[in-house]
Every structure is written in C-alpha cells, then in structure tokens.
Design a protein around this ligand. Structure first.
Ligand code: ADP
Ligand code: MG
Length: 727
C-alpha cells in the first residue's frame, strides 16, 4: 500500500467525533450575528431605520447622510459583537463568493488609528478585482469595477468580520456578478406579478418570489480526500472501481446519521443559527456518506445569499471536523450524484402563497393564473432554463438515471392535469351562467382538495409542481442559485406581462368580464403549452423520442445547451425585462464556456497524471512480482512451470495489455487537448466535449480493471470502499 494511502487510512480510522458544546438554546442563537430588523431598530435612529426599511421594501435610494448614520450604527453593532474587520461580500461570476477585508481602522498622519467606517465605506468600495472573470467587459471598457451595498440582504458577522452583501458592477454599469441581474429579475417579477394580482385584489402592491433550496453533498474524511489527487484538484474521483457494496441496500437514506457527521451537522446548524440561515432539516441521502440540509424558504435574494454563505461555512466547519465537503454533482460513479433542488413560489407581503389555492373561487382562479403562466413560461423558454443549470460538473449528473434528463418538462400530476384538460374545453368568449357556476364549483372548486392529496410526486421530472410550489430539480449541487433563479423569475415575469396584455385586450375589445377574460386566456395558454407537460418516466428512451416529436430540446452537453443563452430570443427577453443587456449576456456566455473548458482541461491533465504516474507504475511493480514468481517456478519445476504458473502468465499478459492501452489513450488524449487548446470560446469547449472527454471513460476502464487485479497492498489510490464507508 502506498505510504499516502496507508497513512490516510490510519488517520481516518483513529478519528473521534468532535464534541460540540451547545451553550445556548438554538432559538436564542437565531440571527445573533445579523444586522437584522431587530438589531437595526435598536441601533438606528428612527429616520435611518425607516429609510432602510423603505429601501428593502420598495427599492428606494438611501440618502448619503442617512448612509453615514447607518454605517456608524452598523459599526457600533459590529464592534459590540467583537468584529475587527469589515468586507464587501459579493458573488463574482466564478460562482463562489468573494471578500476583501479591511480593518475598522485608518491611520491618521501616520499614527495608528481610530475606528473609521462611514457611509463611504458602507455604500461603495472599489475592490482590486482585476482578476475576477468579466468575459471581456472590463477589457472592452474601463478596467475597473466597484461594489455597492445591497440593503435587501442584511449585513452579518462571520469570523469577526462584518460582511456587507453587495453587488459588483463595472464603472460602465455592466454587472460583473450574479446578484445584480437577479435583483433586476426579482424587480421584474414583482412588477408584473403585482399587476396581475390586481385582477383579483386591487390592494396588492408587492409580490415576492420565494426560494427554498435543498443542498446535497458528500462528506469524506479529509485525510482520505487529500490522498486522492483527483478529489483534491477536481472535486470528484476520475478513477476508482465501484465498491462491492454501494447504495443497493438503501441502508443509508434517512438512516442514522453517523456520529462524526452528526457532530459536524450540529456545529453547522449552530453557525447557521447565528447567521440567521433558517436551516430546518438534515438527513442522510441515498448514497453512502451523502447528506442534505434544507432551510425554511425565504425571499429569493436572501435565500441565494444564504446558500452561498452556507457553502462557505460548510467548508470551514468541515475542516474542524476533519471532513472535506464535496459539492460536485457526481463525485463517484455508480452511486447517486448531488443536486440542489430549487423550490420556488410567489407570495404576497402577508405571506399568502400565490401557488396555493385559497378559500374562494376567485382565489383559486388566482392560483390557476400563476400556475398556468409558470407552465407556459417554462414551455416558451425551456432551452434558456436548461442553459441556466449548465456546468461541466452537472453534465456528469443530468441524464444519469438518478437525475433529471437534459430535457426540460413539467410534472403536475394526474389530477391537476385533469383540471387543465377540462379548462381546455371552456367556451370561447362569453360564458353562460351555467358554465360559470360549473367552473367555479366543479373545476376550480375542486383544486384545494386535490392539492391536499398531491402526493404522487414524480422523481424523474426536472420541474415538478409539488402541491404549493414548483421544484426545479435539475439545478446542480455546486451551482449558485442566482443563475437559475434569474432565468425562472425573468421568464415568468415576461409571461405575466403578456398575460396582462392578453386579458386586457379581451376585456377592452371583446367586452368580456374580467374572470371570463382570464378563463379565455388561460384556456389558450393551456392548449399552447401542453407539450411541456409530462408525467411519465423521464429516464426512458421512449420519452427522449416523444420529447423530440414534441419539439422539446434535448441539449445533453454544456456547449450545446449554452447556445440558448445568447439566442436572439434570450437577448430580447432580458432587454425587455431590464435584466441584462447584450454585453452582459455575452460576457456570461464567454465565462461559462471558458470555465467549462478549463474544468475539462484540468480533469484531463489530472487523469493523465494519475493513470501514468500512479496506476501504470504500480501495475508494473505487480507485474514484476508475477514475473519473478514465474521465473522461480520455472527454476524449480522446469518445463512443468507453464501449467503451474498459468494464472500468473495470463495476468502478466492482461496487465501488459491494459498498460499499453492506458499509455496510448493518454497520448491520444493529450494530442486532442493540444488541438483544442489552439482554439478558444465555443470551438475549444466543443472540442473538449467531443474529442477530449470521451477518453476519460476509456482510460478509466483500464485503470479500474487494473485495480481489481493488482495486489491491494500495492494500490496507490484510496479505494471507493474506503472513501465511502470509513465513518
Ligand atoms: P418536504 O418536501 O420535506 O415535505 P416541504 O415540501 O415543506 O418539505 O419543503 C421542501 C422544500 O421546499 C424546503 O426547502 C422548503 O423550504 C421549500 N418550500 C416550501 N414551501 C415553499 C414556498 N412557498 N416557496 C419556496 N420554497 C418552499
Ligand atoms: Mg426536493
């Protein structure tokens, strides 16, 4: 056994759970490190408090003088909590979070220092950020960007640093981050959903989109993780024969959380409580060492920030428990990968869920309106939605028979399908009194009962209605939710805008009553978007064929799927909804392609390295043992040896064959890589996808086969059973 593998196993086997001291009740911890409404009420003057609340609720600007006041109070609060530094916390297009810490001190005339933090530091900062990806925006324009305070997501303290959520934009105004377009999309959905709500209740003035994510991940002992160069550099195993026992016994899912993982979870939950992340559930997932945490849902912008923060916190807490967290979508073959389901809905200020039916027929019609419009939005923009979840790592998961296929479809269940089928037959134009009563009582009147019992949840659907929300399941576990949430809210906003125009037209020109007009438009939408609805098994080949007939896209790879991002349609959509301009969209497209290419390039290099520098030399050592043994047998048994050493001779030949194959495949892969590297953008990504990536499986096959033959004592790489079953 290699020294590294041996030491790693020794270390991992000695581990004990790290005891977490729980000093206070969870409920009293909640939000203690957040400059939330409660803290603001304590620390801000009344005017400042109202100004910030106005900014949060109505997006009004905060006056500079007020910002100074807020900054002083925020600093006082932070210092009282022991903070020493502050940072503008933002989400650059790498998908991670970024921060640049400054102390609360400023030197005056060379002497140290008084605590300084005013409106200027709070509101706007200029990080030295020239190495964040910008997709050419900052090359084309002035090469500088600044961060600006987002008052809708409260500041928080983490590791004695006051973190101020900010947007990140170029001086020319283009967004360089994930948050800015998201905030604009949320503005758009608020505007257009509120306008539609007014059909049902004139007093409604604001609609919030809500998100409840479910974060899946693997926990691997960090000594074992470090012993694998592939896990260390790519976040997944590029090699490794599957363990004899995997997930086939289903004994992990919802089982007892192992002690070490449990103490990790407890500390994580405490950190989350302090940071105001309302984590609610934790459980084992299907695969060994796979887990999930999920919070109570929140307004989308906050939920997105909380997920990004959670991922950072998880890495840090895991270190203290000697774990490595794997967020990769497919860290191990032949067992399940990880997702981040995005549960999404729309709600009013008073908490009313617009995707939940109400007590009156009018409320149910409102439910139907948002329900049908969402389905139609997905139908019209399925390719863009598919593009929103693209990553090199998610490509390994989508369509992998445990995850949604690359085809976007909507599952609503048989009973709601029946309701929509009946609505398709509503008379065109004016409704007879009988039909109206019938609709109210027998069709939409049935909805609340149906939803109480909407349990036949189809796990194979990428976009499923689950009783009072839609669940977008194709999102990958390592993704920043801002991407898919920007797309989903933008397309629904656009759809609701169209709906309003269509309904108003019927009211104005055809003299229809409001609810008649709504029924008429919904009927047309239901018909038009029927092809996106699919309740069957999404994993089957039959569905692929059927989807093709229906004209749905099936973009299996990232380079293919990403094209939708820069289609004329998408550019027009983002422009109309005020979310992004062409430059910003093209920049994101470029960054995504480049990231894809780089990830595959790294994987290919690591695979070349471990297969030739770890696997092949080990196979040769073992082969030499066999040769030595054969020679010795010959010496003793003479001509007889051929019979006696039959197995050894065969193995020697087989091993030679695998070694030859590995070497020649790696050389070919390297040649393809060199070719792909000559290009850039789409062409390079396509070459990596179609010419380089196919070697991964082939090389792996030979290495994994060698793993089953070579002396376990010699094998250099920590094996699947060790990675997955060391508790
Ligand atoms: P379960 O599926 O375990 O029964 P729920 O259906 O209540 O639990 O919720 C699953 C996920 O959906 C949770 O993360 C939750 O926060 C989220 N969720 C529930 N209601 C909404 C909503 N109205 N908007 C957004 N997310 C929601
Ligand atoms: Mg789910």
């Amino acid at each position: 056994m290699s020294i590294i593998r041996f030491n790693a196993l020794q270390e991992a086997l000695k581990r004990k759970p790290v005891v977490v001291h729980q000093t206070e009740k969870r409920s009293t911890l909640f939000g203690q490190n957040v400059f939330n409404k409660h803290a603001m009420q304590q620390y801000l003057t009344r005017t400042a408090f109202e100004s910030v609340m106005n900014a949060i609720e109505h997006g009004t600007r905060i006056d500079r003088k007020i910002a100074d006041q807020v900054a002083v109070s925020m600093k006082d609060w932070a210092l009282s909590k022991g903070a020493t530094h502050y940072t503008h916390w933002f989400q650059p297009l790498t998908g991670a979070t970024a921060e640049k810490h400054d102390a609360f001190f400023e030197s005056i005339n060379g002497s140290l220092a008084m605590e300084k933090f005013d409106g200027e530091q709070l509101v706007q900062q200029e990080p030295d950020a020239s190495s964040f990806p910008s997709g050419g925006i900052r090359n084309t324009f002035e090469a500088r960007g600044f961060t600006a305070w987002d008052p809708t997501s409260p500041a928080f303290i983490y590791e004695r640093t006051l973190c101020i959520p900010t947007i990140f934009v170029a001086y020319t105004g283009e967004a360089l981050d994930n948050k800015t377009p998201l905030l604009k999309a949320l503005q758009a959905i608020d505007t257009h959903a509120t306008a539609v709500c007014k059909y049902f209740d004139k007093n409604i003035s604001k609609v919030n989109a809500t998100l409840g994510w479910e974060q899946e991940f693997f926990l691997i002992d960090d000594a074992l993780a470090v012993s694998r160069p592939d896990i260390q550099l790519t976040g997944r195993t590029l090699l490794g024969h599957s363990s004899a026992k995997g997930q086939q016994l289903d004994d992990h899912y919802f089982g007892i959380i192992p002690a070490r993982a449990m103490s990790f979870m407890q500390e994580l939950e405490e950190e989350c409580m302090l940071l105001g992340i309302p984590v609610k559930t934790r459980h084992n997932e299907v695969a060994p060492n796979q887990f999930e945490v999920a919070p109570i849902f929140e307004e989308v912008n906050l939920a997105v920030d909380h997920n990004s923060l959670l991922m950072d916190v998880m890495h840090k807490v895991a270190k203290r428990h000697s774990f490595k967290v794997l967020f990769h979508e497919k860290p191990f073959t032949s067992i399940n990968g990880s997702a981040k389901h995005n549960n999404w809905s729309l709600s009013l200020d008073n908490g009313t869920n617009l995707l939940s039916p109400g007590k009156t027929p009018m409320k149910n019609l409102q439910f139907l309106t948002f329900f049908v419009n969402t389905i139609k939005a997905v139908y019209e923009n399925e390719e863009l939605l598919r593009a929103s979840i693209v990553s090199a790592s998610n490509d390994y998961r989508l369509g992998a028979n445990e995850a949604p296929p690359a085809i976007i479809s909507v599952f609503i269940g048989s009973q709601l399908s029946e309701v929509l089928d009946e609505l398709e037959n509503v008379t065109k134009g004016k409704l007879s009194p009988k039909e109206k009563t019938d609709l109210k009582l027998n069709i939409i009147g049935k909805i609340p009962e149906i939803l109480l019992d909407n349990t036949d949840i189809n796990r194979t659907s990428p976009f499923a209605f689950t009783g009072n929300k839609f669940e977008f399941r194709a999102v990958g576990s390592s993704a920043n939710c801002a991407g898919p949430m920007t797309v989903l809210n933008t397309i629904v906003a656009k759809q609701l805008k169209e709906f309003k125009v269509d309904v108003d037209t019927l009211i104005d020109t055809n003299n229809l009553k409001k609810d008649e007009a709504v029924f008429n438009v919904l009927r047309e939408y239901i018909k038009a978007s029927k092809d996106i609805r699919f309740d069957g098994d999404g994993y089957t080949e039959a569905w692929e064929k059927e989807a093709k007939k229906r004209g749905l896209s099936n973009n299996k790879t990232a380079p293919e799927a990403l094209k939708a991002l820069v289609s004329k349609k998408a550019i027009a959509l983002y422009k109309e909804m005020g979310v992004m301009n062409k430059i910003e969209i093209e920049a994101r497209y470029e960054i995504k392609l480049e990231e894809y290419t780089k990830r595959l390039q790294i994987e290919s290099r690591v695979l070349g390295d471990i297969s030739r520098n770890h696997v092949v030399p080990t196979a040769i050592i073992y082969q030499n043992t066999l040769l030595e043994n054969t020679k010795n047998l010959k010496e003793i048994f003479g001509g007889e040896y051929k019979n006696i050493a039959k197995e050894q001779i065969e193995l020697i030949m087989i091993i030679s064959n695998h070694i030859t194959e590995i070497n020649s495949l790696v050389i070919k892969m390297e040649a393809q890589r060199a070719k792909a590297n000559k290009h850039s953008g789409l062409k390079s990504a396509e070459e990596y996808c179609s010419k380089v990536k196919p070697f991964f499986e082939q090389i792996r096959y030979h290495c994994d086969t060698l793993e089953t033959m070579v002396d376990d004592n010699l094998w250099p790489l920590t094996k699947y059973r060790e990675l997955l079953f060391t508790k």
